[in-house]
Design a protein around this ligand. Sequence first.
Ligand SMILES: [Cu+2]
Length: 153
Amino acid sequence: MRELTRRFRSGKPLRKSPAAALLVLGLVLTACGGDRSQAVETAQAGEGEFSVVVRLNEFSVEMDREDVPLGVPVTFFIINDGATDHDLVLELPGAENEPLMNADGSETRAPALHPGQEATISYTFTLEGTYQLGCHLPGHYKAGMARQFRVRR
Ligand SMILES: [Cu+2]
């Protein structure tokens, strides 16, 4: 729990605005009693941003949102809830390890995470449509480790 809070405090997406500072305060306040999902719920309150919690398992990718909005910075908070390593790539549906590119040239990719580890991917969608989050460690994608979602106006 504390580790998760620290990671969110140091994460770039939460440093952007005064609203983000309040967000961090909220996280600290909930850090004592809550479980992970409560902390993550708090993280969704940011103004002008949109957060999605992504849980990785053998062999599934679960999101707490069905759709995400167009034109707003979206942060995917990724947690490896599984018992083995997983990575995650934001890509077009059916792609196999072809991350989208952020405006700054960085790839929308989380490195291989050990069980219990977290990472974030941030991206602002500029086109409506269907996208995918997939794990591309050997065999995982074919075993079903991908989740498609819609980007809507
Ligand atoms: Cu995997």
